[in-house]
Write a protein that binds this ligand. Sequence first.
Ligand code: FMN
Length: 185
Amino acid sequence: MVNVLIGCTGSVATLKLPNLIQEILREIHGSKIRVVVTEHSKHFFDPKDLPEEIDIFNDKDEWNSWQKRGDEVLHIELGKWADVFLIAPLDANCLGKLTSGICDNLLLCTARAWELGKPLLFCPAMNTKMYNHPLTAAQISTLKSWGYTEIPAIAKTLICGDTGLGAMAEVADIVCAVKSVLERV
Ligand SMILES: Cc1cc2nc3c(=O)[nH]c(=O)nc-3n(C[C@H](O)[C@H](O)[C@H](O)COP(=O)(O)O)c2cc1C
């Protein structure tokens, strides 16, 4: 049994979340999935398109679930629950925040409190012009220096019509990368 926490950010590649979940459940036997989302990522999927048993957590859940001393802190509990954290897609905004330690939402708090000994994989996804900014490579290399695994962006014609690097890796390749990281732990 393996607990997979998927993080989704405000990239259009979050459209692939239903497919990503379906493939993980199919390819990683015994996997249980939870999803942590940013507010902007919610624009890109309908929870009704996900299997009923999948719990989705957002910033409101973090604050609603803590009322008094002794209550569980959601971003800590999610980190304890998960064996692997897959941030797919990781947009430019969360990439920058993650790199500099900012944790102003549930997803980023979970990442900031993530135990470095456990696998964290990330899939950058952004417009080519954003991707080509020198900050992107520098920030990706910072995440890798902490032991996180990059599933590199690919080149294609993006939804905005631009062609070039920056699209999220294909779902099949993401699932393959998660499987191979899990085989090593
Ligand atoms: C339709 C649409 C698509 C977007 N796609 C991306 C994307 O693929 N990558 C990215 O870095 N930002 C993208 N953005 C911009 C982010 O949504 C924006 O930076 C937002 O503040 C991210 O918030 P979050 O990181 O808290 O989810 C897109 C915005 C819109 C309106």
